[in-house]
Write a protein that binds this ligand. Sequence first.
Ligand SMILES: Cc1cc2nc3c(=O)[nH]c(=O)nc-3n(C[C@H](O)[C@H](O)[C@H](O)COP(=O)(O)OP(=O)(O)OC[C@H]3O[C@@H](n4cnc5c(N)ncnc54)[C@H](O)[C@@H]3O)c2cc1C
Length: 421
Amino acid sequence: MKNKNKYDVLIAGGGVAGISCAYNCAKLGLKTLLVEKENYLGGDTTGALVVPVMKTDTKDLNTKFYNDLIKYSKNNGAQLTYGDKNQGWFNPILLKYVFDKMLKSCKCDILFESQITKVYTKEKSINKIKVSNKLLSLPIVSKYYVDTTGDASLSKLLKCEFWDDNKIKQPESLRFLVSGVDINLFADFLEQIDNDKNVTTTYRIDNEIHLSTAYTWDASKKWALDKFFKQALSQNLLIESDLAYFQLFTIAKMPGTIAFNCPRLRDYNHSNPFDYANALIEAREAILRLHKFLVASFPGFKNSFISSIAARTGERETSRVKCLYDYTIEDIITQKAFENPALYSNYPIDIHSNQKDKSVLYKVCSYSFPIESLKSKNYDNLYVAGKIAGCDFKSQAALRVQSSCMSMGEAVACDIYKNIN
Ligand SMILES: Cc1cc2nc3c(=O)[nH]c(=O)nc-3n(C[C@H](O)[C@H](O)[C@H](O)COP(=O)(O)OP(=O)(O)OC[C@H]3O[C@@H](n4cnc5c(N)ncnc54)[C@H](O)[C@@H]3O)c2cc1C
């Protein structure tokens, strides 16, 4: 085999966990290959339009990638710092370019539209894999392999063990963007109807207004938009399920554009792809209904239009891989200390449900997450990172935020570097 097909690290999946891992590995001088199924990097962040990165109030660990991402994005007009000092307000369209640029800067090899199609193992070691794309099939040998596929597809190919502690799937969301909005008019309106700022924030940043607000059908909060949703329901502009979850954010350097963290897909039968197709079609119908509702109900939307519907649904949770340490919600609640923490966070436990008043968002104190929950139980040279990390269902509902996924990827890179050197 030629040397060019030999790597120190092969990372499958170019979402934020994989990109962070690849960036740090390559920066540390490791020969690194990132294999991505789509033709762009970013996973949920760019493909499912997940912005902004949620802020935690704890000092985190392994933040080199995130800090560099902020710098690169700032230099390329793809970032803003929100009024609450959250630096993670990105432009999801331009991030595709920023991620490319960051990985090329550190000489990381990338294969797009490629997937691992075969694995060759001996006992607890992965010896070789085959990567296939529309041009060719390549055998690749690497010292270490990292699964950051967001759906654990590499670990599934390897027949690894998985957590089996949750029968209820959280709803997926199909996010969308609306452009041509008069943000000033909309901000004035929101400030009037939510003057105690219960769920709305508005700030003037770089001579532009930026804002966020939300509404859900849960009784947990006083929702300023409540009467507008109820009225639209009575006028048949919306249907009941449209009231489940609605959240919006303006976007860095996209004047007049708003990103919507909705609609949720209805619960569908996960072993029936036809049912999934229908749920997806219904979600796109919901986007059209929501836009008509925005135009009819709120100042600022008169000349607006739907400018993007996410290329993929956002899946909050898929499969979680069994690792050397079984991390659970107890570790968060008891604030267990670990010898080798991969990250610190205090992001709350955030469990979404399609049933009224069944979603959960509860605050927790600062917790840490160990590197052992990123090392596969089944293979000595396999790591995992991101939303498929080795933790139980409830703790994943806190750990899945993008900043934690980035720290996990970086922690894996540092651990591999230590092993190799
Ligand atoms: C609806 C929704 C809203 C959210 N809101 C927020 C929020 O506001 N703020 C926040 O911080 N977090 C939020 N999150 C969480 C966060 O976005 C995700 O948990 C995080 O981005 C996951 O990153 P990841 O790298 O683990 O996986 P992913 O982003 O899923 O990346 C996995 C990558 O692997 C690729 N891939 C898959 N299979 C293969 C294969 N076989 N071979 C090669 N490549 C493959 C995929 O194409 C993808 O690029 C939200 C998530 C969802 C779903």
